[in-house]
Write a protein that binds this ligand. Sequence first.
Ligand code: UD1
Length: 428
Amino acid sequence: MDRIRIQGGNRLEGRIPIGGAKNAALPLMAASLLTDEQLALSNLPHLADISTLANLLSGHGVAIHMVGEETNEGHVGRVLGLQAKEITSTTAPYELVRRMRASVLVLGALLARAGQAEVSLPGGCAIGTRPVDLHLKGLQQLGAEIELREGYIHASAKKGLHGARFVFPFVSVGATENLLMAAVLARGETELANAAREPEVVDLAACLATMGAKIEGAGTDTIRVQGVDRLHGGTHAVIPDRIETGTYAMAAAITGGDIVLEGARLGQIGALAEILTEAGVTLEEVPGGLRVHRRNADLTGVNVMTEPFPGFPTDMQAQMMALMSTATTASMITETIFENRFMHVPEMNRMGADIAVHGASAMVRGVTGLVGAEVMATDLRASVSLVLAGLVADGETVVHRVYHLDRGYERLEEKLAACGAEIERLKH
Ligand code: UD1
């Protein structure tokens, strides 16, 4: 298994290209199931999760091919053509779904297009139980019959789905996306109340609209969909990855560096930008991107609570904790979205951090210096937070199990090394 070795202590300076958002790309790829025409997606990142979904979609009859490479605001992204002339199978098997929870995103689209779907239950996950009950309740509201048997979701809508009102008891990004994809081909009007407002939901709605869907209110908490008989193909560019943006902003901040994040958008990271500014980091929009720097100033501790968008993202919580470990004052970091998302804490403490977890909150007391150590990645964002800690730690840090990291960060070592980090991947 690959590991990443970092020799800490270098101040980072330079430019980092931000790729297309993984979490936007996955539902967009699933949307190809909704039409028999080609959906061309540009600015797709090269990531393990994208390949996993491509495999799953091929199994449903989606033909996938490279349409070419395209330069998008200074960086190159993959352009994939996805075409589901016919749905050849409506089963999403356990072998693929267990690798990536987001596979459940094919459920709404398969039901809407083919009238049935058999999708393996995703099962447990390192960052909490993560059920799919909201996805299922919402689809039932749209007329689907759902049974859980032998570890699979068996969903059918023989007479097609119909519009309905569904009120989410709490915000779910994936369930909002699944219901949106189901509703665009349902008969009549659907209203999704307390819907997720994440930029990835807005991006999906924009793509569906170019395919002929009638959607209003994406980006607000009430989304209205007028069902249509069929969708056509289209072309869509995936938005930049706000979590990758935030992560490299933290790399600049934690090393007292100065980095321009090419293609990044400040509007996507509003809550994070506010918190970073409060902590003593400067962010400014520059032509083609976002400059993040911290010079000769200590970091101040700040209190952070994760919330659905536009609040502070849970996917930035671990990285924020690494940053706050090096602040001069204490911070309280509270996780409200996922249970059990503090698995990076013991690893950071092994690097000399002073973090105490009390329920859903972590008290982080800044220390004068972190120390390199061998540490274990437990999930995608936890793994990158250990890399961030390693960038400022005294001596050598080796992060094990970096396959977690490869699910969401493209060429991480290369991007950081280009800005002066001493970082390399050790094979096996
Ligand atoms: C998406 C993101 C993930 C991010 C998360 C929250 C993708 C591929 N993944 O995950 O990176 O951390 O949003 O911003 O886009 N829940 C239920 N029942 C459900 C659905 C969700 O109880 O049916 C719970 C979850 O366990 C969690 C909370 O709702 O506690 C929010 O989860 P959700 O927004 O659905 O996250 P994902 O879409 O899985």
